[in-house]
Write a protein of this length. Structure first.
Length: 281
């Protein structure tokens, strides 16, 4: 069983005027922080077809709240947000940028972005060229380049994006609202990742990722250079669905250490998620 924890709804406006829904999950460290210390804030960006209401995302929020406040956003075209999905392009960069800006406006002094799959690529691109840069970046299961059709799951994704039947399925069954194809291709994550330095950067990828093979991770790691921290996780699958409590704990510890915060959880490993209850309307 998981323990329900509180959350509150927030609304964020992007630079291009799209209304985004998000949640804020308060921190629950095992030991009290230093008096007067503002909690570390995680801005968590989900993968394609996910949202802040889905169980894999909520589990991750439950794990990470041990290390700081967790702010999640529904990307445009997903969940309770407005707009139409750009599937990881410039619109999603603006979404992450708005979420970081909103966290700062609420008083966050230290912000770590955590992006998964589509959100991982968006977090990388936002940290490189966004208007509101975070203090550190974690990218999990990110793609390195666009238009990947190397795997069966990604060929299915492209069917969803590129066919009339697929787009109808996305809307009616998956609940995503897709925008028009990109007029021009924005710079891919691999083209921008070197610009993230000197911000701390963690790249995480599973060796059983069925969507993006390790080639993407290696390409990003090489482009990022030696300053990046890189983890290949044995047995891990893809993004939120591949996340485990021990891996989330490692990410939380890395995040705190990378921005000069104490570990909080030295002798208290994460063993289960405390999952937020869906917010009441």
């Amino acid at each position: 069983m998981t323990r329900a924890i509180p959350q509150r709804d927030v609304t964020v406006r992007t630079a291009d005027g799209v209304r985004l829904h998000g949640i804020v999950v308060p921190p629950a460290p095992p030991r009290p922080p230093t008096a007067g210390e503002r909690p570390l804030t995680f801005v968590v960006a989900h993968g394609f077809t996910n949202s802040t209401a889905r169980a894999p995302f909520l589990r991750l929020a439950g794990y990470l709240r041990r290390f700081g406040e967790v702010r999640g956003l529904d990307f445009r075209g997903h969940g309770r947000s407005g707009g139409e999905s750009g599937v990881g392009g410039d619109p999603e960069l603006l979404d992450v940028d708005a979420a970081v800006a909103a966290a700062r406006a609420d008083g966050a002094t230290t912000v770590v972005t955590v992006g998964l799959s589509m959100g991982g690529g968006a977090a990388l691109r936002q940290a490189a060229v966004g208007a509101h840069r975070p203090d550190a970046v974690v990218s999990v299961s990110a793609v390195s380049r666009w238009f990947v059709r190397d795997t069966v799951p990604m060929r299915r994704v492209h069917w969803l994006l590129e066919t009339t039947a697929g787009r109808r399925l996305g809307s009616r069954v998956l609940g995503i609202r897709l925008g028009a194809p990109w007029p021009t291709n924005p710079p891919a994550p691999v083209q921008l990742v070197s610009s993230i330095a000197p911000l701390p950067l963690l790249l995480v990828h599973g060796d059983r990722d069925a969507y993006f093979p390790l080639e993407h991770f290696r390409t990003l790691a090489q482009a990022a250079g030696p300053a990046a921290t890189v983890w290949v996780v044995p047995g891990m699958g893809h993004a939120e669905n591949g996340m485990t409590a021990p891996l989330a704990e490692r990410i939380g510890r890395w995040a705190r250490e990378s921005v000069g915060r104490g570990p909080l959880c030295d002798d208290d490993p994460v063993t289960r998620a405390a999952v937020p209850e869906p917010a009441r309307r």
